[in-house]
Design a protein around this ligand. Structure first.
Ligand code: HEM
Length: 306
C-alpha cells in the first residue's frame, strides 16, 4: 500500500512563497482558513487526476476552484429550488446561466488539461517508474506518539483520542447534511410511508448524526461518543457523514486520509486561536448552507508551537 504523508505544509498554502520567517510572520496574522483548505484539497485531487499540483497564484487553478465553489453555493440556493419545481422558468433565471457557464468553462479547461497530458503520456516511463512512493489533549497525544516526525496514515490506530476528535467534528459539523438527492427505482413502503417509483428522495444525514436516540450529547462537541472506557475508538452505526448503501461517498478513504494528515500536521505545528479581541463565542459556527455546509466567513490565527 502506498504510504501517504503530507511532506510539509506546502499544500496548506504555506510553501514556495518566500523565506521561513516570512511564512511565520504571515500565518501569525489572522486569516480566513477556508481558502487554503479549499486549495489544498483541490490540489490533492489535481495531483491524482493530472499528475501534478498547481501554484496557488495560478489563475487557471484559482478560477477552477472559484467556479466549483460558486456552483456548490448556487446549487443549494432558493432559486434552484424554484427552478426544480418550475423548470420552465430556467431561461429567466440568472443562476441557471451561472451554473451552466461554470460547467462549460470547467469542462473546456479539463479537456485542455487532459489533452495536454495525453501528449506527454509515455508508457515506458510509467512502467519503469512505478509509483514508489478539546485540543490540548490532541496535541499531547500527537507529541507523545508522533513527536516531531511527519504523521503517516498508519499512526491513526495509535491516536485514538485524535481520531475521536476528527469523528466528532465530522458528526457535529457535517459538511453534506442533505447527502445527494436520489430517485426511487420502484415503489417502496418505509416506516409505513408509501413512496412511489420515480420520487426524488433527499436523505437528511443530519437527522441521524444528531439523533438523540443514538448520541449521548447530540448537540455538544463530545469526542467520547467515539471512545470506549479504555479510551479506544468505537464504531458507531449512526456515524454516516459519507451516507450509506451502494451509492455512498466514493471518496471516503481519501477524505478520511486527508482529514487525518491535515489535522495532525497542523496541530503538531500550530496552535489555532481567535484574533486578538475576538472570543470563541463571537465565532459563527452555524455555517453557510449550499449544496454543502461551508464555514461562515471567519479569521483565525495560527501560532507556531514552541
Ligand atoms: C469529508 C469529506 C467528504 C464527505 C463528508 C462526503 C460525503 C458524501 C456524501 C454524503 C455523498 C452522497 C452519498 C449518497 O448519495 O448516498 C457523497 C457522494 C460522493 N462523493 Fe463524497 N464526501 C467527501 C469527500 C469526497 C472526496 C474527497 C471525493 C473524491 C475523491 C468524493 C467523491 C464522491 C463521489 C464520486 C460521490 C458520488 C457517489 C455515487 O453517487 O455513487 N467525496 N459524498
Amino acid at each position: 500500500m502506498q504510504r501517504f504523508a503530507l511532506s510539509n505544509l506546502r499544500d496548506f498554502g504555506m510553501g514556495k512563497r518566500g523565506s521561513e520567517e516570512k511564512i511565520i510572520e504571515e500565518i501569525e496574522k489572522p486569516f480566513n482558513t477556508t481558502q487554503p483548505v479549499n486549495y489544498a484539497v483541490s490540489n490533492i485531487i489535481s495531483s491524482i487526476v493530472y499528475g501534478s499540483r498547481f501554484e496557488y497564484t495560478d489563475p487557471q487553478f484559482t478560477a477552477m476552484v472559484d467556479r466549483a465553489n460558486e456552483n456548490v453555493g448556487v446549487a443549494g440556493s432558493t432559486s434552484v429550488m424554484v427552478y426544480n419545481t418550475f423548470p420552465l422558468l430556467g431561461p429567466f433565471l440568472k443562476i441557471k446561466r451561472i451554473l451552466v457557464n461554470n460547467i462549460v468553462q470547467s469542462r473546456e479547461q479539463m479537456t485542455k488539461l487532459i489533452n495536454g497530458l495525453q501528449e506527454t503520456l509515455n508508457l515506458d516511463r510509467l512502467v519503469s517508474h512505478p509509483q514508489t512512493e478539546r485540543r490540548d489533549r490532541v496535541q499531547e497525544e500527537i507529541d507523545r506518539v508522533i513527536g516531531g516526525r511527519q504523521p503517516v496514515v498508519e499512526d491513526r490506530k495509535k491516536l485514538p483520542y485524535t481520531d475521536a476528535v476528527i469523528h466528532e467534528t465530522q458528526r457535529l459539523a457535517n459538511i453534506v447534511p442533505l447527502s445527494l438527492p436520489h430517485i426511487t427505482t420502484c415503489d417502496v413502503t418505509l416506516n409505513g410511508y408509501f413512496i412511489k417509483k420515480g420520487t426524488t428522495v433527499v436523505p437528511l444525514l443530519t437527522s441521524v448524526l444528531k439523533d438523540p436516540n443514538e448520541w449521548e450529547k447530540p448537540n455538544s462537541f463530545y469526542p467520547e461518543h467515539f471512545l470506549d472506557e479504555k479510551g479506544q475508538i468505537v464504531k458507531r452505526d449512526a456515524f454516516m457523514p459519507f451516507s450509506a448503501g451502494r451509492r455512498m461517498c466514493l471518496g471516503e478513504s481519501l477524505a478520511r486520509m486527508e482529514l487525518f494528515l491535515f489535522f495532525n500536521s497542523l496541530l503538531q505545528t500550530y496552535c489555532f486561536t481567535t484574533p486578538p479581541g475576538v472570543s470563541g463565542d463571537d465565532l459563527d459556527l452555524k455555517g453557510v448552507v449550499g449544496l454543502t455546509l461551508n464555514p461562515s466567513p471567519h479569521k483565525l490565527c495560527a501560532n507556531r508551537r514552541s
